[in-house]
Write a protein that binds this ligand. Structure first.
Ligand SMILES: *Cc1c(COP(=O)(O)O)cnc(C)c1O
Length: 357
């Protein structure tokens, strides 16, 4: 068997997403919430989970959760769909919306899964660099729209890994100029204190993505797609019937039951983000960018591979972005607990440019 003759060319050529498997004492690489659920709440969740009949299929399409989360996001029930993480929803979008040219447009740098999923579902990918402030280059985007006619444009706002919000006016121009759909991924929206979800009232070609992964429940894989019912009806044909398992459905219900507890954690993370930002600013060889998410993006004056391995040796995992198209030697650090942030700053201060040269 010649595997390269059987696998789609574009899949064979690409390297795929590499999820970190390193076990570290301090995990600051995946933008998770650093706080876990404490007793007695954990006990409440455990009890609910024990009541599940594991011999039965889960509720197809998660109807109860759709109802509850529609209310939570302030939309109608036929405007929301649940996914096994928003990654699955990105995949469903890429499988369903292909337009005439099977194309997806993404700014760069951004969340790497857009491109990986688009390629794996047989789409062409058009990449448009962000401007110097990491905002959208509207002219470049609209030029490519004219030429390439992408069915989907993915905009993560706040953007990962850069941490900034895109300008609302620029997003609106793109929504108006594209014949396709603009997906606004608000995975980090809660940390920014704002959402553009009201745009749904004005445009029929905009879709929002949300997820519980960054809010304290990465393990259960729950994401939300919110948009025009006409689009949702088509996407729902592609969604696998039992995409959300029963235990995840219970946990997603639990999230809403105790939403206040999670909100408190988010507030604390936002406060810690500002402390971490101040701490990073004091280190001379680091250029820090302000963030509206639960992570901070910065560039280093010397080789970030070296800094990455020094931190790893101290039990701290971060996201090393040494080969970004715009600027070299960058890193993305997830906001941790007070203790974790202090340990990180201390570790960074112990690394000197001389050692990295
Ligand atoms: C983490 C992340 C996601 C993926 O979320 P899951 O729900 O865990 O699949 C989607 N978009 C962006 C921008 C992210 O950072």
């Amino acid at each position: 068997m010649k595997i390269q003759e059987l696998v789609a060319k574009n899949i064979f050529k690409q390297s795929g997403y590499i999820a970190s498997e390193k076990t570290c004492i301090i995990k600051m690489d995946a933008n998770e919430n650093p706080f876990t659920i404490q007793e007695p709440l954990k006990k409440v969740l455990r009890k609910k989970m024990l009541e599940v009949d594991l011999n039965r299929y889960p509720a197809a399409g998660s109807p109860d959760l759709r109802k509850r989360y529609a209310k939570y996001f302030g939309v109608k029930e036929n405007m929301i769909m649940l996914g096994n993480g928003s990654d699955e929803l990105i995949q469903i979008l890429c499988m369903t919306l292909k337009g005439r040219i099977k194309g997806v447009l993404v700014p760069v740098p951004t969340f790497s899964m857009y491109k990986i999923i688009a390629v794996n579902t047989g789409n062409r990918v058009v990449e448009v660099p962000l401007d110097k402030k990491f905002d959208l280059d509207v002219k470049a985007v609209t030029d490519r729209i004219k030429n390439d006619f992408p069915a989907l444009i993915f905009l993560s706002s706040p953007n990962s890994p850069t941490g900034n919000l895109f300008s609302r006016a620029k997003i609106e121009i793109i929504i108006k100029k594209t014949p396709g759909v603009v997906v606004i991924d608000e995975a980090y929206g809660t940390f920014s204190g704002q959402s553009l979800i009201s745009l749904l009232k004005r445009y029929d070609n905009v879709i929002f993505l949300k997820t519980l992964s960054k809010l304290g429940m990465a393990s259960i894989r729950i994401g939300f797609l919110i948009g025009n019912p006409n689009i949702i009806a088509q996407l729902d044909k592609v969604r696998l019937p039992y995409n959300i398992n029963s235990l995840s459905q219970i946990a997603a219900g639990f999230f809403l039951d105790y939403e206040e507890e999670f909100s408190k954690q988010i507030k604390e993370i936002i406060q810690r983000r500002e402390e971490l930002y101040t701490g990073l600013k004091q280190i001379k060889w680091i250029k820090t960018y302000s963030s509206r998410a639960n992570f901070i993006f910065f560039s280093c004056a010397f080789d970030s591979n070296h800094i990455y391995s020094r931190l790893l040796a101290k039990g701290i995992a971060v996201k090393n972005l040494s080969i970004l198209p715009l600027i070299p030697n960058c890193m993305r650090i997830t906001v941790g607990t007070k203790k974790e942030n202090e340990a990180l700053i201390k570790a960074l201060k112990s690394i000197t440019p001389k050692q990295g040269a």
